[in-house]
Design a protein around this ligand. Structure first.
Ligand code: FAD
Length: 491
């Protein structure tokens, strides 16, 4: 009953991230086979990431400069949100820490208190990554003090991981999976049947077939929870354009009247896409809007995508684990999908079956994975729900919707007292919630009383010292484009 043959169906970002990690971690203890079809291809998007990917790469022993050169990657310090609170507003969700926290009270309490005493400098001025991003600068600060992620070419990323996985022993099989064979006795997956009468047997199957979810849903019918009533966008169009200037160290998310548009600068080009709700905007209208708001010559045909936001009810079912889009999808507003792949892969490795697949391992995996997805879902809903925009039916629908209790509680607490707590190892911490909640227009009515303890002079000293440290640090950083060109020029 031991699991020694791992078969991965699909070779997009999910398939190759899984193959690379399993082959490197488990070594020759397992035999990894990956089946993919060039004719079917991949989803072809997924270029903006979040900081835990830096750790993932380190765990796998990946050299950062090599990886960035191979994937034409740039550094990402956060996301600039245009038009989310009101059509003319903008705010930045940075990966950095803002100010300096007291153990009992986050920095926002001191800043809010400062406003009542006449301090008017924006909250943003207290975060190094944020100030650096808006000045187009980047550097690795000593002691790993810069919090960053990558903007990368997803096709090249899959190729990079493929090279690594194959070096570590993964067998790649080219071909279309025509059928999935079940074991007549157990109901588990026994083998993948490929065109041309090829048969690939395994003990554990990873469904990385993207939106098709060929194994987990098409064969095992694990079920799907639809979250469209909370996250109503269901379509996207992506195009690539030439760069018109040095790459910026951040992704842009520009709201429009039926969704939003992304712009992701890589070394050699820019990724663009429009995400929209098809109830309020049709495909031609969305394409016109996207093409009317890109910079630089368009270099690819538009990639039209449809999706249903939600989560597979059982991410691990029988001897099949869904990783990537087959496990569910939430729109890319906070660049969380590749992260969910990473979480699933690392979780699977932690719970890797010993002497057969056991229900307790499966249940633990499913609970943790679903919790991750629900926490991210709440954070995304926040962007749509908390806004003063009422200028289109789309935004009016968002403002009127009921949100999950878990999110409503967070919003109420923050609105009342500026407090927000990171629960159960959730991905987005206090810094992220504060920046987005304030950016979307919540001004807390109160703050932690501990902030009153500081005299005017002490508070003034604290605030100006942090601002000075931020400004001095950013002054030492070179332009992001220069740094990238020296550190990891694209191959
Ligand atoms: P895919 O890339 O679709 O790969 C599926 C694989 O399965 C392919 O190799 C295909 O050939 C294979 N396959 C399917 N059927 C068969 C068959 N019958 N036989 C053989 N092989 C088969 N994520 C982020 O983290 N950041 C972002 O900025 C981001 N932006 C996104 C924007 C949009 C509009 C969308 C839709 C997604 C975005 N994502 C983003 C998500 C990201 O693209 C995916 O999480 C990531 O690419 C993983 O996809 P995948 O590997 O699960 O699926």
């Amino acid at each position: 009953m031991s699991v020694t043959r791992v078969v991965i169906a699909g070779g997009g970002t999910a398939g190759w991230m899984a193959a690379a990690a399993i082959a490197r971690t488990m070594g020759r203890m397992v035999e990894v086979t990956l089946v993919e079809s060039e004719a079917i291809g991949t989803v072809g998007v997924g270029e903006s990431t979040i900081p835990p990917l830096v750790t993932y790469n380190r765990l796998l022993g990946i050299n950062e400069a090599e990886f960035m050169a191979a994937t034409a990657a740039t550094f990402k310090l956060g996301i600039l949100f245009d038009g989310w609170h009101t059509p003319d507003s903008r705010y930045f969700h940075s990966f950095g820490t803002t100010g300096r926290d007291h153990w009992a009270a986050g920095f926002q309490h001191y800043w809010l208190n400062g406003r009542t005493r006449g301090h008017e400098r924006p909250y943003d001025d207290y975060c190094t990554e944020l100030v650096a991003a808006l000045q187009g600068k980047f550097a690795h600060l000593p002691g790993d003090a810069t919090n960053y992620a990558y903007q990368l070419d997803s096709g090249r990323y899959a190729q990079f991981l493929r090279n690594m996985a194959e070096r570590d022993g993964t067998q790649r099989v080219e071909g279309r999976i025509a059928r999935v064979e079940l074991d007549g006795e157990t109901g588990d997956i026994a083998a993948l049947l490929l065109d041309g009468d090829r048969r690939i047997e395994g003990d554990l199957f990873l469904d990385c077939t993207g939106f098709r979810a060929l194994l987990i849903e098409g064969t095992l019918h694990a079920g799907f929870d639809d979250w469209t009533h909370w996250l109503p966008c269901d379509a996207a169009i992506a195009v690539q354009t030439e760069s018109v200037g040095p790459p910026l160290p951040y992704t842009r998310a520009m709201a429009h009247d039926a969704g939003w548009q992304w712009r992701i600068p890589l070394q050699h080009r820019v990724g663009n896409g429009i995400v929209y709700c098809s109830r309020y905007l049709d495909r031609d209208g969305a394409l016109d809007r996207l093409m009317g708001n890109v910079e630089g010559a368009v270099r690819t045909e538009p990639n039209f995508l449809r999706f249903t936001t939600g989560a597979r009810r059982k991410q691990w079912h029988r001897n099949c684990v869904a990783i990537g889009l087959s496990g569910g999808f939430m729109e890319p507003l906070e660049s969380t999908s590749i992260h969910l792949i990473q979480r699933a892969v690392l979780r699977l490795l932690r719970l890797f079956p010993q002497g057969g697949i056991r229900p307790a391992d499966v249940a633990e995996f499913n609970d943790q994975q679903l919790q991750d997805m629900e926490q991210i879902r709440d954070f995304l809903i926040l962007h749509y729900k908390v806004t003063d925009r009422r200028d289109s039916p789309f935004w009016r629908q968002c403002a009127a919707m009921d949100v999950p209790t878990t999110l409503q509680q967070k919003i109420d607490l923050f609105r009342q007292s500026g407090r927000v707590f990171r629960r159960n190892e959730e991905l987005f911490g206090e810094n992220s919630w504060v920046q987005v909640m304030m950016g979307q227009g919540i001004v807390p009515e109160g703050y932690h009383p501990i902030a009153d303890k500081l005299s005017d002079a002490e508070l003034d000293r604290l605030l100006s010292m942090i601002r000075r440290q931020v400004a001095d640090t950013v002054a030492t950083m070179p332009p992001h484009g220069d740094y990238v060109a020296r550190y990891c020029p694209a191959d």
